[in-house]
Write a protein that binds this ligand. Structure first.
Ligand code: FE2
Length: 388
């Protein structure tokens, strides 16, 4: 009897010991950064409420004063979850801010009775608080990078972006197919997100243009939870340095009825809805007034013989974009480099398709765009100047 009692104590002790501590699993990473807003996203291993403390980028220590808190809210209530997206509004354009993230475990929520656990937070004593800068429409020159079709290849992503913090770029576009599929959260975290955080994403924002592989798998329905945008949709616009970006979503590449989509695809309807949005965008005053206009989209427009997705993109989006002064469209998807000057393929603007092996760097100034395709050694393999 005594032996059984000791055995039970041992089992309970082991269970308690093996219970992993409450912690931040991934992040933070910046999303949906505009000239007046930023969203900070991270995940925890168990249910929690979360907030961000924000401080100006001045000489004071973060502990100098209580810092304003921004909570992960929905409909007036602090959200309990494991993916935390804290939207910070009313920021100043082109200004640097410091931030710290916090999550407090929620052990039990029973109507008005909430039982809280421990708090996990980013370090600010042994490490510097995170720092980011809002976008600025009045900036006269800036640079950005795009990569695409990484397909969970961390070694490739690392070789392309390992020095991004020293490359004087304001943001990075992940132009689709960063993963093979979104079957589990781990596919996203291990596929590219954790490495991006390690390299830059807590301080330099990335914007993701959804690729067709990000539409696949059980976690695909949570895409907007991981990658919130200003529109709440995977297509959205950005303004920075007198440049207007349209980030688009081409959906899937084969017909919706294809066996590969398991009867779940409805991208024809999705693209038609997106076309309605795009028509309003190109009629908007900020778009018309912008000096430079750049479109980011994973799947390039195709011709009559193309697969259904690229063809449908050409049928729906190209007529809306033609005649509006687009300077450049940046795409991926076909896994090789291609450059189509204006007029080719029905567009009246150039289309550059970035190979998965390279990153595209765009340097924007009042004179125009300098566009380079850089390999893993950061050596240019293709370069064009688009003068205004
Ligand atoms: Fe693709």
């Amino acid at each position: 009897m005594k032996k059984i009692f000791l055995f039970l104590i041992l089992v309970f002790s082991l269970q308690a010991f093996s219970q992993e501590s409450f912690q931040i699993v991934s992040g933070p990473y910046l999303q949906s950064v505009t000239d007046t807003e930023a969203t900070v996203v991270w995940t925890t291993n168990r249910q929690a409420v979360s907030w961000v403390e924000l401080a100006p980028d001045d000489s004071t220590h973060f502990y100098h004063a209580p810092r304003p808190r921004y909570y992960n809210l929905s409909l007036g209530k602090k959200l309990i979850g494991t993916i935390h997206a804290v939207r910070i509004q009313n920021l100043e354009p082109g200004i640097k801010y410091r931030y710290r993230i916090y999550s407090q475990e929620v052990l039990e929520e029973n109507a008005s009775d909430v039982l809280y656990g421990k708090i996990a937070a980013s370090k600010i004593f042994k490490a510097n608080p995170f720092l980011f800068q809002t976008l600025d429409k009045d900036k006269t020159s800036f640079s950005f990078l795009t990569v695409n079709d990484i397909h969970e290849n961390n070694d490739l992503l690392k070789s392309l972006l390992r020095n991004v913090k020293n490359e004087n770029v304001d943001f990075v576009f992940f132009n689709g197919d960063m993963v093979n599929n979104m079957q589990t959260p781990e596919k996203i975290l291990n596929g590219f997100l954790n490495l991006s955080v390690e390299m830059f994403a807590s301080e330099i924002p990335f914007y993701i243009a959804r690729g067709n592989h990000e539409t696949r798998g059980l976690t695909a329905g949570r895409f907007m939870d991981y990658f919130p945008t200003p529109t709440g949709k995977p297509y959205f616009t950005l303004e920075h340095g007198n440049t207007f970006f349209i980030v688009m979503d081409g959906g899937e590449d084969k017909p919706d009825s294809d066996i590969e989509y398991g009867g779940l695809a409805a991208y024809d309807q999705f693209r038609i809805e997106e076309q309605q949005w795009l028509k309003k965008v190109v009629q908007s005053e900020p778009f018309k007034a912008a000096r430079h206009k750049i479109v980011i989209m994973h799947i390039p427009p195709g011709n009559e013989n193309a697969w259904h997705g690229p063809w449908h993109i050409k049928e729906l989006f190209v007529p809306v974009l033609n005649g509006t002064g687009i300077d450049l469209m940046l795409c991926g998807h076909i896994h090789r480099h291609a450059y189509y000057k204006d007029g080719t393929g029905g567009t009246d603007f150039p289309v550059l398709i970035n190979t998965y092996k390279n990153k595209t760097r765009v340097d924007v100034s009042d004179k125009g765009l300098v566009v380079k395709s850089l390999n893993e050694e950061n050596k240019p393999e293709f370069e064009i100047e688009l003068k205004m």
